[in-house]
Design a binder for this molecule. Structure first.
Ligand code: THU
Length: 160
């Protein structure tokens, strides 16, 4: 018997002003598009901005449904849009922000498990890491150099 451990790494920024300018701009777009979330059931709004290697920025917000599972998270709205419209572009960076209508979120809010799996598919497909920054409404921002830190021991096509 032996123990196996996996270490993952994040960088923490105290606030938006501490981010590199390019990321401040990306996060500002995520914050802006968060307003477009259709979240009448959870009152929890998520905004995402993705920077592609063709210079385009793609945005997404969560879209809910009265049949709850039919709704979709902001990360997948954005990443599927990128895949649909710019199938040959690589995803370089992703900025995520989440805010509740009922209380102020201060902790960095990471993408859910299903979104991590979806982002993993794109990272594996493009063979280059996706930088991911995530925050709540205010407070610190966490940065991951790759989706791998958020989903260690991931399932991917090599197992099929
Ligand atoms: N949500 C996202 O958009 N991204 C996540 O990673 C977690 C959750 C959305 C889904 C739902 O509309 C609301 O937040 C509450 O779960």
């Amino acid at each position: 018997m032996k123990q196996i451990s996996i270490t993952t790494q994040f960088t923490s920024f105290e606030n938006v002003q501490e981010l590199p300018n390019e990321i401040q701009d990306l996060m500002a777009q995520a914050i802006e598009v968060r307003k477009n979330a259709y979240a009448p059931y959870s009152n929890f709004r998520v905004g995402v901005a993705i920077l592609l290697d063709n210079g385009k920025t793609v945005l997404g917000s969560n879209q809910e449904n009265a049949a709850y599972p039919s709704g979709l998270c902001a990360e997948r709205v954005a990443i599927f849009y990128a895949g649909a419209v710019y199938p040959d572009a690589k995803i370089l960076k992703m900025a995520i922000t989440a805010a509740s209508d009922t209380n102020q979120t201060k902790a960095p809010i990471p993408p859910c498990g299903s979104c991590r799996q979806s982002i993993a598919e794109y990272e594996i497909r493009q063979k280059t890491p996706i930088e991911i920054y995530f925050m709540g409404e205010i407070g610190s921002i966490y940065k991951s150099e790759s989706l791998k830190n958020l989903l260690p021991f991931m399932f991917d096509k090599k197992f099929l």
